[in-house]
Design a protein around this ligand. Structure first.
Ligand SMILES: [Zn+2]
Ligand SMILES: [Zn+2]
Length: 213
């Protein structure tokens, strides 16, 4: 379907799309309240995306002992089962699907603690999402080792860390070595060097990290 025009939200957050539609029955009688809109910018999977996807599937294959083709089939089916997207081929998937699939593989590696050939940070198409997943799984954003929380916002001395309200604060999950480096070289140099930034603690993160929300 081609977009003929659109109305942008007052705060730039919403997009109103008016689409030709005549099947009222499906909306009123079956009470369907969800639909899917995916913007297709016409670009298909790039060689770089494909390389990263295959490298990640290879890491999962080595870790699991399954053949790469088995992992490819399993991960694709799992991805489709979770997202409900159409079956796709890595030869000509659209860029958005390829990125989503890559995010999915990366999150699987973080959650299962799978050793990878190179940094998942470098492979990730969505750094904020990657950092969020590292945080939720307490993995160092740079090397994957067990992480502690570094507060990017100054917590202030004298205050008991257990008593402060964490929700809304920005943190980074870093192992001891990288945490020490952060404090040694400072925020600006560190964030510039590794291209990372603090992630805002929300209710979910406060719950899984057992922090006062
Ligand atoms: Zn710190
Ligand atoms: Zn580290």
């Amino acid at each position: 379907m081609n977009i003929k025009g659109y109305i942008s939200g007052f705060d730039g957050q919403a997009l109103t799309i008016v689409a030709p539609f005549s099947d009222d029955y499906i909306l009123t009688k079956r009470e369907i309240t969800e639909c899917e809109i995916r913007l297709d910018d016409g670009r298909t999977v790039s060689a770089d995306q494909r390389k990263k996807i295959y490298a990640t599937m290879r890491d999962i294959s080595i870790w699991s002992g399954h053949l790469p083709d088995e992992i490819k089939a399993l991960m694709k089916y799992d991805f489709i089962a979770k997202t409900g997207c159409d079956y796709f081929s890595l030869a000509d998937a659209d860029m958005t699907t390829a990125n989503e699939f890559l995010n999915f593989l990366i999150e699987f590696c973080i959650e299962q603690d799978i050793p990878t050939e190179d940094s998942l940070l470098d492979r990730s198409p969505d750094i904020a999402r990657y950092l969020y997943c590292c945080l939720a799984n307490k993995k160092c954003a740079l090397c994957g080792k067990k992480a502690e929380l570094h507060h990017v916002d100054a917590v202030g001395s004298g205050r008991n860390r257990k008593e402060i309200v964490h929700k809304g604060m920005h943190v980074l999950p870093l192992c001891r070595t990288h945490h020490t480096e952060f404090h040694a070289i400072g925020k600006d140099t560190f964030c510039e060097k590794y291209k990372v930034f603090g992630i805002k603690l929300d209710d979910y993160l406060c719950r899984v990290l057992r922090l006062k929300g």
